[in-house]
Ligand binder design. Sequence first.
Ligand code: SAM
Length: 468
Amino acid sequence: MPGVFIKTYGCQMNERDSEAVAAQLVAKGYTLAPSEAVADVILLNTCSVRDFAEQKALNKMVNVIAETRRSRPDTVLGFMGCMAQSRGRELIDRLPDVDLVLGTQKFHRAADYLDEILAGCAEKIVDVAAEPGSEATIREHLLNGNSQKAVTAFVSIMQGCNQYCTFCIVPYARGEERSRTIPDIVAECRQLVAQGVKEITLLGQIVTSYGKRGGDASSPNSPLHPQRRGVAATSNGKSPFVQLLDAVHEIEGLERIRFTSPHPKGYGDDLIEAYARLPKLVESAHLPVQSGSDRVLKLMHRGYTRARYLGIIGKLRRARPEIGISTDIIVGFPGETEDDFEQTLSLAREVEFDQAYIFKYSPRRDTPAAEMPGQVPQKIREERNQRLLEVINEIAGRRYGALVGRQTQILVEGPSKKNPARMTGRTRCNKIVVFDPAGRDHRGRLMDVKIIRAGSFTLYGDPAIVNL
Ligand code: SAM
């Protein structure tokens, strides 16, 4: 059977989409090729969030074409995901060797389309149409993809975004928000737990909007429709997302729950209260802030202020003092002045993030910010990126260092990528811990380790003090 190689760019959602496509292809009899050099089908799952990510995938495809068309001209080549969605047929016009362009609501059609192309029934296929119900098609997992038992899994709870931040291409690349139902998501989580998964991360572009939209409640496609049981607009003051957390929390055998990403605008007290109430919901929160300046937040159309963001962080820390907090920040947004940027630096110092993903603003076509006055020169974007990075690294160094000497629980995920003789686990507050397993396979175990050293965004545990 044909061997498929999928290369993924971008976020965890893209990783999850690739995994689901791979699992669907395996179920149809395809095999997973260990590298693109021996693959019959090469798919690039793309990211559009920044121009850099698009250029990387385009350059990769140019190289793949040069390589395969010489030695293996029958290799099927395809783009899928966000850039496929936003550029569509233009990709084949530009790179005529590409056979397939598959949009973000069409991942589940990959096998059918590849069958058609491989059988010679179709030469080129471009499908970027919207498809009602596609949010529920990312459900298959490749738990034994590495012939190792999976301990953690991502579960997609919704697709799309209705926030329309002025910098962001996601609403155009992923469409309107559509949520799966609670019973459907819980069934997937239960199955994962039955297969040995201990930790589940619920995924969505804006999980705090889960179940809030999806059209009119009278429409059968809406998660609020009475026949699609399981999501109430609010129940005992709980938003649909918190109702989902409650339902997933009930699953016996599941040890840990994470989610990403929430949005400060929809971050209600019911969610803070869930942290205080649900022990499986770990002490970790990724909460994108984007800027520390109210003026920039308004230009970004984020819908919250610096004070509101700091208020959420304060409440989270009161609910769970040990909580690890990470964020996304954009530097050099159009119109960002030195004063605005310094407010971002001061916010980073005030919150003391454990980790922050810093993005230099990248103009995206058809987004309002790309046309805004005051585009910040590349040199200044780079300089601000560097200055913020220094502050983030300094704070993280201190926060990681403060854990040295402490005992902490980790879930052991598997061998370390850098050194397979060692194993890695993750603390509840989302910090990676590397330790020497002393010849034993601890994968899937929750265990206490004593932290003996802190590196850059990594902790080291002493095997002698590991509780066996
Ligand atoms: N949905 C999440 C939210 O907005 O809260 C984040 C999704 S996005 C895939 C991940 C991050 O990419 C964003 O939080 C933002 O910091 C960054 N990003 C999005 N558009 C960008 C752009 N045009 N330039 C630079 N960074 C961008």
